[in-house]
Write a protein that binds this ligand. Sequence first.
Ligand code: PA5
Ligand code: NI
Length: 187
Amino acid sequence: MSTVKLMPPFGVDIDLAEGVMADPDRHLVRKASAMLGHYQDADALARLIAAGDPLHYEVFEKNVPEERGQVMFCISKLEPGDVGGECFMTKGHYHTVRETAEVYLCLRGRGFMALKTADGQCLLEPMERNRLVYVPPLWAHRSINTGSEPLISFCAYPGDAGHNYGDIESEGFPKRVFTRNGKIAVV
Ligand code: PA5
Ligand code: NI
């Protein structure tokens, strides 16, 4: 028997150009200080935090039950910038239920989705306006902004997926993306 409860349908207004959801139930704001341990140059990150701890990225979500059968969705808005040359990025995560996928539809900006598996495979999938990146089950994912404007995506994934940040905090991603003299370098 299904355990899914009947709930009312709802609509959401989204400013696709600004990457802002009207009336979100959750508005996650991560500043530079939320990124400790993620960039190669820890001193550069400390300087950025000391210089005002600027906004790094925002996520706007509606209340969708975190259950199988539901579709969780959000707007993700990652600011442009770099930490010691390394392009601004999200923390990145596996889904807690690793067998769950995700789609990212890029609405604005330019960058990469870094994807990695537990056994060390790592790919960079280009992100730009009108491009959709499919994140299959088992792949951790992180967005990276290589451009000069916000990298904005619409994301959707199973309601029961959950976010596992701990494994990425300990494993990291094998590839890093830098901007050097206006050129992008993957290291
Ligand atoms: O579920 C997702 O993959 C996105 O909604 C991300 O949570 C969002 O882009 C922020 O990244 P992170 O969760 O890695 O901080
Ligand atoms: Ni995800």
